[in-house]
Design a protein around this ligand. Structure first.
Ligand code: TYM
Length: 331
């Protein structure tokens, strides 16, 4: 069976970009295709950024509760917390030893921090811990340990999946065919979901629409979305509008067609945003309840994640043994 794997790190509240580009397609693949799906909370990746006990804990459970609230069925998906699977960290070390430092120097996320530090005129490595620097290797371990075929992600993670491929190829060249080469799955329309200010929606830009805000806050945030200055009642192009882009993800095909016509005939941004708020709020009403319930029952989340980790470990163990044999750890 094809292996599909993806993760989300707990560095902020799960937002609409995470949902549209990763969670939604991943849940879809798990339902429609006969694959083995592994979805996880990349909590040790999150530790590279969040070093506050309460916040880290809350955000980690928040990701788990989000997946479950949006319909993840733990009977169908192997759903786990990265830190419950020690095999990942053993493979991480082995891969670290085989990864040239230069490959990490070229990683976009690391380079972005260096650029920012240069602009600020501070030390180039300011704010860079070793976990952050070697982040792509841990991600490669996440992916390769399960012989993943497909990794559904947003555009910002493409380079990381390519690095995982490079690392796998390097290992295979040196020790013989061992790892499958993973492929990213990115939808061209939702590869980059824009945030409130029009830049990529990102926890680090503070421009996100978290998935489970209260009704009032959701409305306020949607009203803050940046739009162009087309006067009210003049036609606007639905296909270049961020408001419409989000609308399409939460509305039915009939609703989409209807609103598309309204855009073409002229609609004010105020009304367009009200329509978006309405479909999002309807879509999220039940999941929001479920999310809040789950956040009050962390033991239930733990139980699900521990069961998932058992299954993940059972899959990982023979692959890690194979790797250890290949490198000469055993005779
Ligand atoms: P993270 O936690 O930053 O984001 C989770 C997923 O959401 C996608 N995403 C977006 N997609 C479109 N538009 C946006 N504005 C947007 N913002 C976020 C991301 O591309 C991602 O798919 N390194 C990963 C976590 C990870 C992982 C893995 C993923 C760790 N190990 C193994 C896949 C496989 C990350 O930081 O994602």
């Amino acid at each position: 069976k094809e292996i599909v794997l993806t993760g989300i790190k707990p560095t902020g509240k799960v937002h609409v970009g995470n949902y549209i580009a990763a969670i939604k397609p991943a849940l879809q693949i798990a339902i429609v295709s006969d694959c083995t799906a592994l979805y996880f909370i990349a909590d040790y990746h999150g530790l590279t950024f969040i070093q506050d006990k309460e916040e880290y804990n809350h955000l980690s459970y928040g990701i788990a509760a989000t997946w479950l609230a949006m319909g993840l069925d733990p009977e169908r998906v192997i759903f786990y917390r990265q830190s419950d699977v020690p095999e990942i960290f053993e493979l991480n070390w082995i891969l670290s030893c085989l990864t040239p430092k230069g490959l990490m120097n070229r990683a976009h996320a690391y380079k972005a921090i260096l650029d920012k530090n240069e602009q600020l005129g501070v030390d180039m490595d300011s704010g860079v811990n070793m976990g952050l620097y070697t982040y792509p290797i841990l991600m490669a371990a996440d992916i390769l340990l399960f012989q993943s075929d497909k990794v559904p992600v947003g555009k910002d993670q493409i380079q990381h999946v390519e690095i995982a491929r490079d690392i796998a190829e390097g290992f295979n060249r040196n020790f013989g065919d061992t790892f499958k080469l993973p492929k990213y799955v990115v939808d061209e329309y939702t590869a980059v979901i824009p945030g409130l200010d029009g830049r990529k929606m990102s926890k680090s830009y503070n421009n996100t629409i978290p998935l489970f805000e209260s009704t009032e806050d959701l409305k306020k945030l949607i009203n803050k979305m940046k739009t162009d200055s087309t006067p009210p009642n003049e036609p606007r192009d639905p296909d270049t509008s961020n408001v419409f882009l989000l609308y399409k993800e939460f509305a039915t095909p009939e609703q989409i067609q209807e609103l598309r016509n309204k855009y073409l005939n002229g609609i004010s941004w105020g009304e367009a945003k009200q329509e978006l708020f309405q479909v999002m709020n309807d879509y999220l009403e039940e999941p929001r309840k479920k999310y809040n319930e789950l956040m009050g029952e962390p033991e239930q989340i733990d139980h699900i994640l521990f069961e998932g980790a058992k299954k993940a470990r059972a899959m990982a163990a023979p692959i890690l043994e194979k790797v250890k044999t290949k490198i000469g750890r055993y005779r």
